[in-house]
Design a binder for this molecule. Sequence first.
Ligand code: PLP
Length: 379
Amino acid sequence: MTYLDHNATTPVAPRVAEAVSRALTRQWGNPSSAHGPGREAKQALEHARQQVASFLHADAAQVCFTSGATEADNLAIRAIARATERRAFVCGRIEHPAVVEACRGLEGLGWEGRWLDPAPSGRMETAAIREVLDESVAFVAIMLANNETGVIQPVAEVASAAHEVGALVVCDAVQAAGKIPIDVEELGADYVVITAHKMYGPKGAGALWTRRSAPLSAQTVGGSQERGRRGGTENVPGAVGLGAACDLAASEMTEVSQRCAQLRDAMEAQLLDTIRGARVNGGDAPRLPNTSNILFSGVEGEGVALALDLEGFAVSAGSACHSGAAHPSAVLTSMGLPPEEALASVRISFGRSSSAEELEGLLGVLPSLVERLREAAVA
Ligand code: PLP
């Protein structure tokens, strides 16, 4: 099987698996215990926190481990809601459901949601965000890179506009982490979210970085772990896995990203050349080096993904997070694609193991497969 769905999840890297295994078998103590095994687990946890902090160019004390990005996105948004008198937020329609649904929850409590579409390129426009900002806005949610198109968002610009009216900024950096550099000071956001399983670490482990001046309070009570910001005995192997994944990303990101970009660009050039009516969604905006979202008009993306699966290639129709759903991607329709075009789109995302041989294999089957599906659709 050739795996080309790295934005859905990534295989755990051997170096990360070793670190997790060590934590499971040797650092099994409760980090809150004062005895030897507890101290060993605590040391492993704090080392992981330092690795995450270094990766984000941040202070370790501001890193809170979570069960992944969904929890971290919710933790940030709900912490703001609990701490403020303001009752409006700004959110792009391209945000991940973890952010969108947390925001919708606030609307249910009487908040005003100011929802914005991106430009047709898939990039949120700072000017449009600026227009809906005022002193009733508590926060702006803006991801660093979109999971479906890979389009990189103007977080730093938006953060400075938001801060002018005293609004906080929540940045889901899940897809950017390990693919492009992240520096929390350069980003300017107040909350930054990452998750291990998108960067060759284990599932169920993520982190929320919070600026010292921004509020953060626990949504689960009954434990004082994570400095009272997230109760419950820490998932030490998960945190260790995230830390090791951050180290791995820091050491090989430049090389892997360069290779992914070469493969992606070569693939797009060839597919646009050989498949009539093919188009790259978000292709005019700055994008993550590994991500390609391609429209094959006249076919169903789900059909392409299924047929490719039978040929031994794993890709995704729309975002894997909503797979199984027959409705068109909200990200693509918010960019102005009609539903039938959104449904005809496929996401191909490369990763550290992707090779020219794999790409050659894909290019050997995809054009004829699309042609076959098109013929079947009109028959
Ligand atoms: N945010 C983005 C942008 C994602 O792509 C994903 C996963 O698809 C998530 C959040 C959710 O992450 P997790 O699976 O760690 O909860």
